[in-house]
Design a protein around this ligand. Structure first.
Ligand code: PGA
Length: 260
């Protein structure tokens, strides 16, 4: 069975104080969640706070991730951060191709694939969380599956299916991110099933073991229903990850599923 992964994407929020309060709040709260060892918990603070966060999570079960990375190992790339740097600081995961990076910073499928490929080249020391998803317009034009295919193919062409051996995928419909509007469990399950079937065309085992997270206005009130879907293996949470209480509410839903 795939272990659920509950991941918080803090985006450009936070401060030193908030980083320690939130991580301590989550770690302490998890201590009171029965079944907390049946799923994984990840936080992705701003890169500025990764170093502090790394110290805070070190004695806990909480894992640490970054929100972005540069595909190059080192060099003249002012303002960028490399994978070896993330690994050294204690990051186990990195979000790749989040829709905000694609939409606001012009990240292309090709660039996302290069970053993903860099994670594979580093032997998954830092696990990539590949974010994919369609816009409202694309959904209305019934192009959801075509868009998901394109986004996956761009990576598959560079790394092959072997690249997904240890990767995580996050399905995040762009229209549900930060809008309060959530995909219905059925819409989400359909997209997740499509993604898994696409991986299965290349390799059944990898398709079955790959965790596919749902992201887009997940909160304590809708988490259980979403996480109960057969192909939903966790959540990538923005807004609701900024308060320990709401993030823990989602963790409790994952715990319930882990026990069931
Ligand atoms: P949201 O963000 O939970 O605030 O919709 C999800 C994400 O962007 O990963």
């Amino acid at each position: 069975m795939r272990r659920q992964l509950i991941a918080g994407n803090w985006k450009m929020h936070g401060s030193k104080e908030m980083t320690s309060e939130l991580i301590n709040g989550i770690a302490n709260g998890l201590g009171h969640v029965s079944g907390a060892n049946n799923f994984d918990v990840l936080v992705c603070p701003s890169s500025v706070y990764l170093s502090i966060a790394s110290g805070l999570v070190s004695e806990t079960s909480v894992k640490l991730g970054a929100q972005n990375v540069n595909a190059n190992e080192q060099g003249a790339f002012t303002g960028e951060i490399s994978l070896p740097m993330l690994a050294e600081i204690g990051c186990q995961y990195v979000l790749l191709g989040h829709s905000e990076r694609r939409e606001l910073f012009g990240e292309t499928n090709g660039q996302v694939a290069e970053k993903f490929s860099a994670c594979v080249a580093l032997d998954f020391t830092v696990t990539p969380v590949l974010c994919i998803g369609e816009t409202l317009e694309q959904r209305q034009q019934e192009r959801t599956n075509a868009v998901l295919s394109e986004q996956l193919d761009a990576v598959l062409e560079v790394t092959g299916i072997a690249g997904f051996a240890k990767a995580v995928i996050a399905y995040e419909p762009v229209w549900a991110i930060g809008t309060g509007e959530t995909a219905t469990p059925e819409q989400a399950q359909n997209a997740h099933e499509f993604i898994r079937n696409k991986l299965a065309e290349h390799d059944q085992d990898i398709a079955q073991q790959t965790r596919i997270l749902y992201g887009g206005s997940m909160k304590p009130t809708n988490a259980l229903e979403l996480l109960s879907q057969a192909d939903i293996d966790g959540g990538l949470i923005g807004g609701a990850s900024l308060q320990a209480e709401s993030f823990l509410g989602i963790c409790k839903a994952a715990a319930q599923i882990g026990i069931a």
